[in-house]
Design a protein around this ligand. Structure first.
Ligand SMILES: Cc1ncc(C[n+]2csc(CCOP(=O)(O)OP(=O)(O)O)c2C)c(N)n1
Ligand SMILES: [Mg+2]
Length: 796
């Protein structure tokens, strides 16, 4: 290592810390002026990573590498990008402000080339692991041939390692022969509330080693290493090693005099170490004791450069939270901010003149040309924006053999089987994944044809031994299904990684993940995370609801339809029939590829051109399938979210609106009411989510003066007379559909499931929860005047 390179890097490190601290100070200052509020700027948490990120971004990273930055190091990341010319002063001045640089790095909201969004701790870390697997998948399929393999790197807070999803990912990574993944732990031994427990590094070391990772511990800086070589140095080293975390932090906070007193008290009588301590001034002593490996550029660069293989590596880098700032080491420093007076002192230390705070080289000693010349050549900054991955054509229709009676889940399996037979390009871009429910979500036929993915091939032993089995589980680099262990967090983070392949690998994949509907809740934050960073995928959740009758309560999902409605970036559908599903799946494969204009369509007021991910809620309940031609109008209704299965007449007294597997009950109820109520209508709702989104958007458009804006649901309900009652029903929370009454003010009774499920037969449960035909009729009678409905039986 040339010393001049280190000199440049340490100047940049200083500048990065200054800029990040100033960004936070400046932003908080603004906030205080406006509304007296203080917002946590994470000065200490950022400072902890200043050296590591300087070493990485300005020296170690190559253009093909990708990084998930610890959320609270966002100011350091933005400062680095500012120096590299990829972030603007305007955005930094507006840090944490409206449209300013983001508090936590965001792929979609920041302008400075964020690789992975972070914020919810633990998720970005696991994302790097799954992104490595996706990189292997893409290359194994002969895609992105010219793109060199990159390292997927996570900058991890030590307390972040408490998040269980990291360990679920670690286990899966081992199973999938993970490569090219580095996790760099910012081992400052502090979390948000406190100082972390002693000796965690030893647990981590064993754990990571067990999973096949190399572990590199970067504990001492080069000043410390030099001091250890002095007479008495071994005593100093032993003292450091034995020092409890809270004490070390407290001494860092107190500074040189406190270090001297403590060291002399504890080891001052042990021979030459006294001289080692005494010959240093307070300031030199503090610098020595603060010189942990994670704040020492030569130590870090040596550690990173020592890795010559592609196995996963965990670096445990000792750091001080708040390094270089007055709050360094204080246990309460997580959201701490420097006071204006402290900032002034920091300004003086950095030789920054008032009015020159944003000047890139202000206060540095090396000539500007040297620094700018260095920045111009930083390897990581040479990367070009990824070329847009082209759209993959999806056929106009997806066909599936007709069945008189079947379920949407079986239909899904049949559709995937047909796609598996196809020679068209889109079929080879589909990649499926499931957390140990591949067979029970009906992906078996697809997997039989397309195989499982692994970097090296292995045959199905049962098949080799000629033992009959319905499933051939052969692994090969060309396989198109990634089988996961039972961890829904992993499912969603893998979908997040697969769903960003077009942006990260420059190759578009069409990811489809399956799981049981109730277990969406297990991976919900990861699903939210995937949507937040605009990953594109289809999630097929089946089976769902109390329709899963004999399985028992906790397997029966209730809230999921509302999750589907409320989750941004995710359009949800719940078809009742397989012909609807075929239309929706085709739409979905196209929709996940869109990234166009955000202006809503004047037809349904949805922003379909922007695209997003898709959630399909399916069922195992076999129901009689309609025998009908799929007209363009019907197709459009299915996609827009609803269509009339039976159009209400001009004097309609009742409309039943249903979603999903409960269709036979709705159809039956409408039939039974016909003699006693006029012109009963039956509305098939395939997507409460899209209906609701279109309705909200059309209302907003009208408020903005577009007086003719009309959403799909408004048009559908236009001709329903005002006195007509509306009964809504689904196997899920009733709020999913009961808002329909608000569209034109029809009196509405929402039926659905509000309480945990239980075991029983389907009729038992539908009766118990009040979503069977009789309950629909009772609701209709309650809403409408007229003679008693003759088929209504007393409710249980
Ligand atoms: C899932 C989740 N839970 C809680 C938080 C709130 N939170 C933010 S940072 C933090 C502590 C992080 O400590 P560490 O990872 O050691 O980072 P450091 O600031 O010490 O570098 C917590 C609890 C969060 N961001 N995400
Ligand atoms: Mg920490």
């Amino acid at each position: 290592m040339q010393s001049s390179r280190i000199e440049v890097l340490s100047e940049l490190e200083k500048k990065v810390l200054w800029l990040a601290s100033w960004t936070i100070h400046n932003a908080n200052h603004l906030r205080e002026n406006v509304d007296g509020l203080k917002v946590g700027g994470h000065q200490a948490s950022s400072a902890s990573l200043a050296t590591i990120m300087t070493a990485l971004y300005f020296d170690i990273l190559r253009p093909q590498d990708r990084v998930a930055v610890k959320p609270h190091a966002s100011p350091i990341f933005h400062a680095i990008q500012y120096l590299l010319g990829k972030q603007t002063r305007e955005k930094l001045e507006n840090f944490r402000g409206y449209k300013g640089a983001q508090s936590y790095p965001s792929r979609t909201k920041d302008i400075d080339d964020v690789d992975f969004s972070t914020g919810s701790v633990g998720l970005g870390v696991a994302q790097t692991l799954f992104s490595s697997i996706v990189q292997d998948y893409v290359h194994a399929h002969g895609l992105a041939k010219d793109k060199p393999e990159g390292r997927m790197i996570a900058l991890v807070g030590d307390a972040e390692l408490d998040e269980g999803n990291i360990f679920e990912a670690l286990l899966e990574g081992w199973k999938q022969s993970l490569r090219n993944c580095w996790w760099i732990v910012d081992y400052n031994r502090q979390s948000l509330d406190a100082v972390v427990r002693e000796g965690l590094w030893e647990r981590y070391e064993q754990l990571f080693t067990n999973f096949g990772w190399e572990v590199v511990i970067v504990k001492y800086g080069s000043l410390q290493e030099a001091a250890f070589r002095e007479p008495g140095g071994d005593k100093l080293r032993a003292w450091i090693d034995a020092c409890p975390n809270p004490l070390y932090s407290a001494l860092v906070f107190q500074g040189g005099a406190a270090w001297r007193k403590r060291l002399l008290d504890e080891i001052g009588d042990q021979g030459p170490v006294t001289a080692l301590i005494e010959k240093r001034s307070d300031e030199e002593l503090a610098r020595l004791m603060n010189n942990l490996g994670g704040h020492d550029l030569p130590a870090l660069i040596k550690a990173f450069q020592s890795i010559k293989h592609d196995r996963p590596v965990c670096f445990i880098c000792y750091t001080v939270k708040g390094f270089g700032l007055p709050m360094a080491g204080h246990k309460d420093n997580h959201a701490g901010l420097m006071t204006p007076a402290q900032m002034e002192t920091f300004r003086t230390q950095n030789h920054v003149r008032p009015g020159h705070e944003w000047d890139k080289f202000e206060g540095l000693t090396l000539p500007q040309e040297t620094l700018q010349g260095f920045l111009d050549k930083v390897p990581f900054a040479q990367r070009k924006p990824a070329a847009k991955a082209p759209r993959i054509d999806i056929p106009a229709t997806l066909s599936v053999p007709a069945q008189a009676v079947t379920s949407t889940q079986t239909g899904f399996g049949a559709l995937m089987n047909e796609i598996a037979k196809s020679k068209e390009a889109y079929a080879s871009r589909i990649v499926t994944t499931s957390p140990d429910v591949t067979v029970s979500t009906n992906l078996g036929a697809w997997v039989n044809r397309r195989g499982l993915f692994a970097r090296s091939a292995s045959l199905d032993t049962f098949r080799n031994e000629r033992i009959p089995s319905t499933f051939a589980w052969e692994f090969s680099p060309g396989g198109q299904h990634i089988e996961l262990g039972i961890a829904e967090m992993n499912l969603f983070i893998l979908l997040s990684a697969l769903g960003l392949s077009h942006a990260i690998e420059g190759e578009r994949l069409l990811p489809i993940g399956t799981l049981y509907d109730p277990f969406i809740a297990r991976g919900l934050d990861a699903l939210n995370y995937a949507c937040y960073q605009d990953a594109r995928f289809i999630v097929v959740a089946t089976p769902s609801g109390i329709t899963l009758a004999p399985e028992g309560g906790a397997h029966q999902s209730i809230a999921q339809p509302l999750i589907g409605m409320a989750q941004d970036g995710l359009a949800s559908f719940e078809p009742a029939f397989v012909d609807e599903l075929a239309v929706i799946l085709r739409f979905a494969l196209d929709y996940i590829q869109k990234d166009g204009d955000a202006t809503p369509s004047e037809r349904n007021w949805l922003r379909d051109e922007t695209g997003g991910s898709i959630y399909l809620r399916l069922s195992t309940r076999p129901v009689e399938q309609p025998q009908r031609a799929m007209s363009d109008e019907l197709q459009q209704g299915i996609i827009d979210g609803a269509y009339w299965l039976r159009k209400p007449g001009p004097n309609a007294q009742v409309v039943v609106a249903y979603t999903g597997a409960i269709a036979p009950e709705a159809i039956e109820a409408v039939g039974l009411m016909g003699e006693d109520r006029r012109d009963v209508g039956l509305l098939a709702v395939t997507s409460a989510d899209r209906l609701n989104a279109g309705w909200t958007a059309a209302q907003r458009a009208r408020e903005h003066g577009l007086v003719h804006a009309r959403s799909h649901i408004e048009r559908l309900l236009d001709d329903v007379p005002a006195h007509c009652g509306l009964v809504t029903v689904l196997d899920g929370h009733p709020a999913t559909l009961s808002w329909l009454g608000g569209v034109h003010g029809h009196r509405t009774r929402g039926l659905g499931v509000e309480h945990f499920g239980q075991t029983g037969s389907l009729p038992d449960l539908y009766r118990h929860y009040g979503i069977d035909a009789n309950a629909i009729i009772a609701a209709a009678q309650g809403l409408t005047a007229g003679r008693p409905i003759r088929y209504l039986r007393a409710l249980p």
